[in-house]
Design a protein around this ligand. Structure first.
Ligand code: GLC
Length: 612
């Protein structure tokens, strides 16, 4: 009865949240263009000193502040928390909220009292904060093909981010990954730009809503502009020098056809910021490219918000930092994510303006774009608190939010093999033996960008339900569920469920030359097969993997990607409470050779997904 009560409360909260946002639907037409704020922007700009203007263009990482008073003294425009830049008091909801409020109070004490935008990577929930709901990563959401669901997930993410006061997330990633050896493949919805278009726009709609001034709106950031997922193998940066931050060797027509499509729909949804990519285009750093940042994005596509650089990306343009700044700002960069060397950045940029190497008109254009967003978000409204609304804490990590995440997990699963109808599994089975390194490992199940930048294997992440726990919660009281990491001990079980794949990683640390299941997985598979029972394999991974014998010899295979905290979404499908509906969002290669040359028929083509 208690459970029934929880679900009905959850249902009511979902309806309430839906009504709140639905009231905004009609407002979509009324969304104000950012440039409509220019009269107020102009008036404020006229009062600003050069130092204050440059301060607005500067985004340190909060953990790198030499002195917290730099926030007000330098009139900083923004702070970020990079992947591991957590409150000293720890990762609790309260610690994050206090961190945000402390810096915002400082910003309000600056001469002109211009509030800061505080940015985080809320990529699959408010994933830095303990207790947050962690949603499937984008590769899984791509398999749902469900834009309405992606929008709802983004709304929930926005609400949980706002519960800490923070108002900016560096999402959605609208990459179109072309080589799954890239460590950021899972941040992309699909290798098909047509899928990316719709889901990227839905994410912006969900995050920003139709009115950026709503207290529940979170500023979105379409990234990484452009062709971050199109680099040539072997041109990547350290440590593996494979793909990440490498060179995109494409002509403009191909770059536009494959990698640009995610941006116009995001701009049409009013995305307020865009993040240029670390990558180069035919040898020119994107953060230095006037063609890309100004001529195409701002002039041709009409982007009215502002460009935020990637983390120290400007440094990569030239070993002479001052020269690098001049190149990037003159090419169209508006705000610099300069993390530690923010005082240097400010000093150098002021000199560049005084020396006439960066025209004041470029500074004014950048600050105009930044202030447009701040006015649109109600940050300049003196009658409105810019501190966190702590009443939102009651919804943070709520059951209602978890139900949506569980639905997303269900719809992200792709059934790749189902011999002899081994799936769905009977809840009345006498014994189910569970094994594999990802069966009882929440950190692996959530993937990178979870509590820590790289994620963290084991239980040491936020609360949630492992796949093993989900299976235990799904079966009848009479059914015995046993478990072994290495798959041994399955003899006599009705069937085995083996959960294999990848652990967590992020960015360049996920670049991989080989995507075969590792030796531990293969050994666990052999151990379970030896028991002579039907075996269902669940793959937890950030990309398609080379399954080899496992695909041949397993009875059932399910791709679950990085499902996040709500493991019950996996058991919902394994036991048939919900039928599998997922369709692959990437082509699934047979061999590593095919990953590289894309020749011949794929193991499974994009769009594949069995039903039962
Ligand atoms: C990282 C990523 C970018 C992220 C930024 C801030 O290096 O490239 O996606 O938003 O830095 O963490």
């Amino acid at each position: 009865m208690k459970n029934m009560c929880a679900v009905s409360v959850a249902g009511l909260m979902l309806v309430a949240m839906g009504l709140f946002w639905a009231s905004d639907v009609g407002a979509a037409e009324k969304r104000m263009k950012l440039s409509s704020f220019d009269p107020q922007v102009k008036a404020l700009l006229a009062k600003m000193t050069l130092e204050e203007k440059i301060g607005q263009m500067t985004q340190p990482d909060q953990e790198s502040l030499a002195d917290a008073s730099d926030v007000e003294n330098l009139s900083l425009g923004s702070l970020l928390s990079g992947g591991n830049s957590d409150p000293k008091a720890g990762n609790s909801l309260e610690a994050w909220t206090n961190l945000y409020d402390s810096y915002q109070k400082r910003a309000m004490k600056s001469r002109l009292g211009i509030p800061i935008l505080y940015g985080v990577d809320g990529l699959h929930g408010h994933n830095n904060v303990l207790g947050a709901v962690i949603f499937p990563h984008n590769i899984g959401l791509g398999c749902t093909r469900n834009a309405a669901l992606v929008e709802k997930i983004s709304r929930i993410t926005a609400l949980e981010i706002r519960a800490t006061g923070i108002q900016w997330t560096f999402a959605p990633c609208v990459a179109v990954p072309q080589d799954i050896r890239w460590g950021r493949t899972y941040e992309g919805f699909s290798d098909d730009p047509e899928i990316v278009k719709g889901l990227g726009a839905a994410a912006v709609r969900g995050l920003q809503g139709s009115d950026l001034s709503s207290p529940l709106a979170v500023l979105a950031c379409a990234k990484h502009f452009v062709a971050d997922g199109g680099t040539t193998y072997g041109t990547g940066t350290s440590p593996k020098k494979l793909l990440d931050q490498g060179d995109v060797k494409l002509d403009e027509a191909t770059l536009r056809r494959i990698h640009l499509p995610g941006y116009p729909p995001a701009l049409a949804e009013g995305v307020g910021t865009v993040m240029p990519s670390y990558t180069s285009w035919n040898g020119v750093k994107t953060s230095a490219s006037k063609r890309l940042m100004t001529e195409i994005l701002k002039n041709e596509l009409g982007f009215e918000g502002f460009l935020i650089s990637d983390y120290n990306a400007i440094d990569q343009i030239d070993k002479n930092y001052k020269k690098a700044i001049a190149i990037s700002i003159n090419a169209g960069m508006d705000m610099a994510m300069v993390t530690k060397q923010y005082r240097d950045f400010i000093k150098n940029l002021k000199e560049l303006v005084d020396e006439g190497q960066v025209p004041m008109s470029r500074i004014d254009d950048a600050v105009t774009r930044i202030l447009r967003v701040k006015f649109a978000m109600g940050l300049m409204d003196k009658n409105r608190s810019q501190l966190a609304d702590r009443s939102l804490w009651s919804q943070f990590g709520s059951e209602a939010h978890r139900q949506v995440a569980r639905q997303a997990v269900r719809e992200s699963l792709v059934l790749l093999k189902n011999e002899k109808k081994v799936l769905p599994i009977s809840k009345q089975a006498a014994r189910i033996h569970v094994g594999g390194k990802n069966a009882s490992n929440l950190g692996n199940q959530c993937g990178g960008w979870t509590i820590e930048w790289q994620g963290k294997s084991g239980e040491v992440t936020t609360g949630g339900t492992t796949i093993l726990k989900a299976i235990e919660a799904s079966v009848s009281p009479k059914t015995k569920v046993t478990y072994s990491l290495d798959g041994t001990g399955a003899e006599g079980a009705s069937l085995g469920v083996l959960v294999v794949g990848e652990g967590p990683y992020a960015e360049m640390f996920g670049d991989a030359a080989d995507l075969a299941l590792d030796a531990k997985d293969m050994e666990a598979f052999r151990n379970m097969k030896k028991a002579g029972i039907p075996v269902v394999v669940v793959v937890i991974s950030g990309r398609p993997m080379i399954l080899g014998d496992v695909l041949e010899q397993a009875d059932g295979v399910v791709a679950a990607w990085y499902p996040g905290t709500e493991g019950r979404g996996v058991s919902d499908v394994l036991f048939g409470d919900y039928k599998p509906t997922g369709k692959l969002s990437f082509n699934w290669p047979k061999t590593m050779e095919q990953v590289a040359d894309k020749k011949g028929e794929y193991q499974f083509a994009r769009g594949f997904g069995l039903r039962y």
